[in-house]
Design a binder for this molecule. Structure first.
Ligand code: ADP
Length: 524
């Protein structure tokens, strides 16, 4: 248990000795035999209670209590007197004396008076603590709900001033280069502000090193006492805003005519430690927001670049393909073969450009729908015919299992053709020779379902959620065996979403994959 500290002042050695013996059992006691000595000792140490004789040569007990109260407003004062007149009692109360003991007193009388006075003080402090809990609670609610650093620090400043009844306050934050930059100040005239800044610089610099609260007050010796005279104030307290592992800022509070009490200093420590956590989080959030904004700008620039590049490539490619196909018609032998290669690769290039433009339209929400009657089974049959050459080349067997009662739906035929072509092209690409692919269609009351399954290489489980991302490919680009740029599935998903449908995958590594998509029968 922490023992309270008691300072006893009396010019009679016998009284001093008796009091010390009585109180030493329960308290830390220091004795002095004059008022002057008591004031000197109190300048260097903090005591919880002063027990003083009233009549002492030099500075009397009441004056001593008054001076010590100036240093430590929270100290409890008890006077001892051989006689007590109404006049001295009133004077004593006015000076903030809490109790009297009349000499001669029995030991129990003294201990009782001391216990009573300390208990009163404990209750007073507890009361202050409880009272300060409410603003702290309100403050906390605000901290939890704001990520605006300016607003947050403004609240720190306002609350600090109102709860400590300070005259002025300044809040600094620490830059990345460990420099203090003034973020906020209570309304201080510019000249005085400049004065505070220059005079208290050494104090704030000290905080950067020690990172503990510094209280400077009149009559209490410290290396920073000059600041008080220079600013013509009674007290200044500097409280650090400590982050997880570094100093985030410094809060400076000034009082012109009073000193800060211990409870006020405690309040500031608690408040700034809460504020520091919230401030650190808000700063992280700001960093994240900035990074996100930058990414968004980059992403926009990339989309614009893709858009321009794709448009610019389209026209010369169309001209190239036009001339190549005219030449191919009339060519013979090896020339015809070479022109065929040019045309096939030009087609691949065109598909790539179309993919880029489609992706860009999906992302920017510019994908328009052209609705007409769509027969899904017919699209499946057509797609199978279109890829027959390639499946034959790879000796892949491509089967269909189509629902008989497939209704005609109103949707965008071209987009559904593209969705199916992409899925079938992937199935062919990722299925080795002699594999199997099956396209199935089903229907229920509200939706039609199409699946493309293969006996190909399959997809590792952890990769499945990623394959619909733009430019994502399971094989890395350095050892990739299959062509493509990783846009097919992102386009499929985007287009399906636009048509009111959904896609899912089931896959097992080395066994094969099944892509299933559905579309609503009645589109909205
Ligand atoms: P691309 O085919 O151009 O690489 P996609 O977006 O169509 O891009 O597919 C993304 C990735 O998903 C492919 O690179 C591949 O790793 C995986 N994938 C898609 N379909 C299949 C499939 N049927 N079998 C195995 N892996 C597949």
């Amino acid at each position: 248990m922490i023992q309270e500290k008691i300072l006893i002042a009396d010019d009679e050695p016998y009284v001093l000795d008796v009091c010390r013996r009585i109180l030493e059992r329960n308290y830390q006691v220091q004795i002095v035999n004059s008022g002057l000595e008591a004031i000197q000792v109190a300048q260097e140490n903090r005591f919880d209670l002063l027990l003083t004789d009233i009549k002492m040569p030099g500075i009397d007990g009441l004056e001593t209590a008054r001076e010590i109260k100036k240093l430590h407003p929270d100290i409890v004062c008890i006077t001892m007197t051989g006689f007590s007149t109404m006049e001295t009692a009133i004077k004593a109360l006015r000076l903030g004396v809490d109790e009297f003991v009349i000499k001669p007193f029995a030991p129990e009388e003294l201990t009782l008076a001391i216990e009573r006075a300390l208990e009163k003080e404990r209750l007073r402090k507890e009361n202050i603590r409880l009272k300060s809990l409410l603003p702290l609670f309100e403050f906390n609610k605000l901290l939890m709900s704001t990520v605006d650093t300016y607003l947050l620090l403004q609240q720190v400043l306002d609350l600090a001033i109102s709860e400590t009844k300070s005259d002025n306050a300044i809040l600094y934050t620490l830059t990345k280069e460990n420099k203090l930059s003034r973020l906020l100040n209570s309304d201080i005239s510019p000249d005085y502000l400049e004065d505070i800044e220059t005079k208290s610089l050494i104090l704030t610099e000290q905080l950067k090193i020690d990172q503990t609260q510094v209280l400077v007050q009149e009559n209490v010796e410290s290396t920073f006492n000059d600041i008080l005279d220079a600013l013509n104030i009674k007290s200044i307290v500097a409280t650090p805003l400590l982050g997880k592992d570094k100093l985030l800022g410094v809060l400076l509070l000034l009082k012109k005519r009073h000193t800060f009490t211990q409870s006020e200093c405690n309040f500031l420590s608690v408040m700034t430690s809460q504020a520091a956590v919230a401030y650190e989080n808000a700063r992280l959030f700001e960093d994240l927001q900035n990074a996100y904004d930058e990414l968004k700008t980059l992403d926009h620039m990339k989309s614009e670049f893709i858009n321009i590049a794709a448009h610019e490539l389209r026209t010369p490619l169309a001209i190239l393909m036009g001339y190549a196909s005219v030449l191919e018609e009339d060519a013979e032998g090896i020339q015809k073969k070479h022109l065929g290669i040019i045309l096939r690769n030009s087609l691949r290039l065109r598909a790539l450009i179309e993919d880029l433009l489609n992706m860009r339209n999906i992302q920017s929400g510019q994908l328009s729908l052209t609705k007409s009657d769509v027969d899904i089974n017919e699209i499946i049959t057509q797609t199978v015919a279109d890829v027959a050459l390639i499946t034959n080349e790879k000796s892949i067997s491509l089967r269909t299992n189509l629902a008989n009662n497939m209704p005609i739906i109103k949707s965008d035929k071209q987009k559904i053709e593209l969705i199916l072509t992409n899925l079938v092209a992937n199935a062919i690409k990722f299925t080795p020779q002699n594999g199997e692919i099956c396209i199935e269609s089903k229907v229920d009351e509200t939706t039609i379902e199409v699946s493309v399954s293969d006996t190909g290489i399959g997809i590792p489980e952890k990769e499945i959620p990623k394959i619909f991302r733009r430019f994502y490919q399971v094989e890395n680009s350095l050892n990739r065996e299959h062509d493509g740029i990783g846009l097919g599935l992102a386009i499929v998903e985007g287009m399906l979403e636009r048509c009111g449908g959904k896609i899912s995958v089931e896959s097992e590594l080395t066994k094969g994959s099944k892509f299933i998509f559905n579309l609503p029968i009645t589109s909205s």
